[in-house]
Design a protein around this ligand. Structure first.
Ligand code: AQP
Length: 327
């Protein structure tokens, strides 16, 4: 059976970028794959996190997985730090990856740029990400555009280890959806919509109220042309809004373009806001029920046990092959 592992870092409140590039995709994938959806809290701490917020956000991410439609009876949902094999295999991966490879990663360059001190874990992040995926022998990994490079490194590392120690690890394939794979900031279409952006108008949060959602879309940058046309080269801001409309409505880009042919940006933005609200309100209601229930704790406990069973098997095989004493 095809198997998937993916997750969303609890490094801030979830926004529609993570929804379009990840969560929305997870929900449909659970029908075609055996799924492991985790909360990568060990990745979140590669930059400083407030302990109380980290705890709350980790629970929030898990609650949003379920609220958005992931069925915990079908998919395994767990928190990364509750399965110690991630940290253990992460270390082993660090012994197999070269400093030069890590230093070349675009995300490291972007996140360390201009900073006096960054944690060494920010550099070795892709080694831990490789461990996450390889522990579960995932055959596929759904990734947004910006994670392609890390997944390529995961594939290289799996191949390197299999050559050195025998065929132990499955080499995963990326799954990149056409629409929503890169949602950009509402204030600047050159920058990805990110949880850690200090400008709150750059994103729509999954828990924004309808009024806030309307306000944020009405303020979203566009251009002076006044035509709802999809062309990233000349109309990035409008293309980004069309992309969001497509993700939330399920309509193709062409259908969205046709729908708003000859109409101004005001009408388009108003309808975009309503489409997003219509999708988010039921998710928000379900989220409130889940976060307040014991159900979530039980799901996460069960998920960690199931995940550890598989992860420990992989790590034991690899440690045996590498000469570690494993009795
Ligand atoms: N704006 C986005 N458009 C499309 N996909 C996105 N993803 C995140 N933002 C967008 C995808 O969601 C998955 C989980 O991402 P993540 O939250 O674990 O990491 P990230 O990409 O670093 O997200 P942020 O919001 O930018 O977090 P911070 O600001 O903390 O670094 C990934 O598959 C990602 O591609």
């Amino acid at each position: 059976m095809k198997r998937i592992l993916s997750g969303i870092k609890p490094s801030g409140e979830l926004n529609i970028g993570g929804y379009g590039g990840a969560l929305h995709q997870f929900v449909s994938m659970q029908h075609d794959y055996e799924c492991f959806f985790f909360v990568p809290d060990l990745h979140a701490v590669t930059v400083a996190q407030d302990p109380k917020e980290l705890y709350q956000r980790s629970m929030d991410v898990a609650a949003y997985y379920i609220a958005a439609g992931i069925d915990p009876r079908k998919a395994t949902i767990f928190i990364q730090s509750q399965v110690p094999a991630h940290a253990e295999l992460g270390w082993i991966m660090e012994t197999q990856v070269y400093f030069g490879e890590l230093r070349r990663m675009t995300q490291f360059k972007e996140k360390s740029d201009g900073k006096d001190s960054v944690s060494s874990a920010l550099l070795t992040y892709p080694a831990l990400m490789a461990a996450d995926i390889l522990l579960y022998q995932a055959t596929h990994v759904p990734v947004g555009d910006d994670q392609k490079q890390h997944l390529e490194m995961t594939r290289d590392l799996a191949d390197r280890i299999n050559h050195k120690f025998g065929k132990i690890l499955t080499i995963p394939e990326p799954v990149i959806q056409k629409s929503g794979s890169r949602i950009m900031g509402l204030d600047d279409p050159a920058i990805k919509m990110s949880k850690s952006n200090p400008n709150t108008n750059s994103y729509v949060l999954l828990n924004d109220t309808p009024d806030v959602i309307r306000r944020k879309f009405s303020r979203a940058v566009t251009d002076s042309e006044m035509s709802v046309r999809y062309d990233w080269g000349t109309k990035p801001a409008v293309s980004n809004l069309i992309e969001i409309y497509s993700v939330f409505s399920g309509e193709t880009i062409e259908t969205v373009e046709k729908r708003f042919e000859g109409q101004g940006y005001g009408t388009f933005k108003n309808e975009l806001a309503e489409i997003v609200i219509e999708k988010l309100v039921p998710i928000q209601e379900r989220y409130k029920e889940i976060i307040a229930s014991q159900e979530l704790v039980d799901i996460l406990k069960d998920g960690a046990v199931k995940a550890a069973g598989i992860a420990n098997e992989t790590i034991k095989k690899l440690k045996n092959a590498m000469g570690f004493v494993t009795f």
